[in-house]
Design a protein. Sequence first.
Length: 286
Amino acid sequence: MRTWLITGGTPGGFGMAYADAALELGDNVVLTARRPHLLDDWAARHGDRVLVLPLDVTDAPQTHQVVRAAEDRFGRIDVLVNNAGRGWYGSVEGTPDSDVRSSFELNFFSVTQMLRVVLPGMRERRSGWIINMSSVAGLRSVPGFGYYSAAKYAVEGLTEALRHEVAPFGIKVLAVAPGAFRTHAYASFTDEAVSETVDAYLPLIHSVRSSMIEQDGQQPGDPHRGVRAVLDVMNSPTPPRRIVLGADGHAAVQEQLTDMVAELRSFEAASRSADFPQYSPGALQD
């Protein structure tokens, strides 16, 4: 029996989907949320196998408290799912500085904080799983979501390095990059005012906001099916470095990589010309 620590337990989201899947496996679940009272009915159905804790993942001391409480209750953390996060929209030039910093605090720095608190126990036991929720936006940047994309690119880079660093300790690491999934993520844009500071980008930003609102409830991805796909690859003999979830996400990433390879080949000569000329013994002789 394993113990999962899952951040971002908003009802209807990936956090809940992971929790439900873990419980179906017979495992224990520690699920965190900023508004834990929303999970009362769900937690009551599962008794002692579930521990719901309040957590603002940007609060470092609270992160330590949650990990300590999880270990006190269940003895260890076997699987960490870094799921908490949200999107901010705005242009690269015109997004308020406070939003830029908030985006990185939530979508990137909170991930590093949680990793640093959980990894010592996993290293000591020489086993564990780290699941970092990235995004298709972390593999193909989205106009109007530049800073969200940048934070998710950072998660991708961090996850790539972490995977190699912790492998000697028996810890496995997976990045999960969903496309458009039917969570409540898009619903928040309805009540969120546009805070763009450069008027020239307002048509773009209003268009992005309207598109998100229109797609709410129509996204093709099913979070529970997505989590089942994650569990499948976790159990495979050679788990991948990442899994892209959803047909739309897969198509977007495939197009991005195809374009990158084509461009790399087109400018291969320019790339190679940047090296020092190869040393030739006869080149320095009179």
